[in-house]
Each structure stands twice: as structure tokens, then as C-alpha cells.
Design a protein around this ligand. Sequence first.
Ligand SMILES: [Zn+2]
Length: 309
Amino acid sequence: MTTAFFTHPACLEHDTGQGHPERPQRLEAVLLALDEPEFAKLERCEAPLAEIAHITRVHDKHYASDLLARVPQRGWVALDGDTLMSAGSGEAALRAAGAMIAAVDLVVKNGAANAFCGVRPPGHHAESDMAMGFCLFNNVAIGAAHACATYGLKRVAIVDFDVHHGNGTQDIFWHDPTVMYCSTHQMPLFPGTGASGERGEHDTIVNAPLASEDGSAKFRSAFENLILPQLQKFAPELIIISAGFDAHYRDPLASLNLKADDFGWVTRKVMDVAQTTAGGRVVSVLEGGYDLQGLKESVAAHVTALMGA
Ligand SMILES: [Zn+2]
């Protein structure tokens, strides 16, 4: 059983402009980290382009085509104060979503142990009809919907340890009993959602907000005491990880103060649940993480854990 790694050079061509934290150098840092000899056994795969039909499973009917029509030939188009598109953004966003589709196919149908998608732009803030917070298409939601629609899965869980709450993912699956959404995140912080009382129509949303400076111990106990038991009870047939590494102590956008080791720990814990209910099936995709050194160390810890399957 192998761990697959999906990426595509087009994801480096999404240019967000001078000084933007969600920059191509982030993906370069991920690629550098996974170039080390201990990752030689990763099965390296090219992310295909998602089809519009994959995206409309979770986004409004005209959202993807309208968004792609707004991609500029030069310069930038601002979708909100901090979500920008350049000439390369359309293909990057389609490759990021396409990585999820192919990774789900590989893990569910072809029996890879698990997969990590090193792609950008990230996705978890994108709502069904709105780009937001550096995100264009909601990659994890597209992957979860693909697993249900194509393979008939009845229970898919998304675990989101990005330091920001995945408002888009929560919004998309609020009424859907087949997809559980679990999140740890710093609060108060952008986007402002994710209170523990937000549980969805079918009690399949599990929010564990943490405070600034909470650090490793409180992060781990949120998983041990709340998220992992709920996840186990839901018994997912596939677990998708919104793998943001901006809870790292070096990150400039937040102050949750985790260490790289915490990302390895949480990955192994999620894999343990997947082992008991999902035949070990885990698909992970990059979300945030804005300090290049912190991102490099954290991705290495995360993928090392995945490879230990
Ligand atoms: Zn984030």
C-alpha cells in the first residue's frame, strides 16, 4: 500500500500579487519538503483538471463557469478584499479540485492507502455561491461529493485542522447527513463562524473552537475528547483532511502555537479511526499555512504519518 502525492505545476501559476500570504512560494516549500530522501517512496501523480460537473455537485450551477469567465488575461481581478485571480488562477483552481477527484478515485477504487494533494488555491472558505478567504472552489467538498456520487458512500467525514474555521465546507454540508464536518480552529478569528453550538441539521457538524495561545495540549484534548469520539461514532467510510498548517507557532496569521509534531500526531489519530471504519482510506489536501519554514516542517510530519500506514 502506497501513499500518493498529487500536485501540478499549474498550481504555482495562481498569482495573488505582491505581499499576499497565499503565494506560490508556499507550494514550492511543500515540494522541497517532499523532495527529501525519506519521501522517495511517495507515488507521484499529476493532478488532472476537474470537470465542471464535479464542481456543480457542491457549488451553484453557474458559479464555476461565471468564475472562470472572470479570470483576467493580465493583472488581477479581486473577488473580495483578499481573494484574487490572475491569468493562471483558473487552471490552478481546476487542478486543485481535480487532484481531489483523482485522489478519491485512487484511494476508494484502486486501493492506494491514502493520498496527499499539494495544491493551491485552498478551498475550505469557498461557499456554494461565493469565493472567499483565498479560496475559489471548495476542494474537500468536491472530493466528498464525488465519493458519495460515484462510489455510493453513505458516510464521509471531513476533518479540518486549519487554524481558521471552514465556513464554506460547513455551509455546503449543513443539511447533509452523509457528510460529517469536524473542525478545530482559533476563535475569535477570520471568518468568525465555528462556535460549538453550530452542529448542522443532523448533528453531523462538530466544532471545537480554541483560544489564541492554546497550544498542543488543548489542541490534542479537543481531538481526544470531542472530535475523535464523534468521528468514531459516525463510522466514516472515507476520511478527508482539510490540512491547513497555519496553527503552527511560526504562522503570521494566527497564534494557536502548535508544533510540527502535533500535525503528525493528529494525522495518526485520524488514520487510526480510518483504519477501524474506512479500511484506512484517507485523502488529505493542503489548505492554509503561511510561514514557509513552519509549512515545510508540518507537511513533512503530516506526510510521514500518512506513509506510516
Ligand atoms: Zn487557514
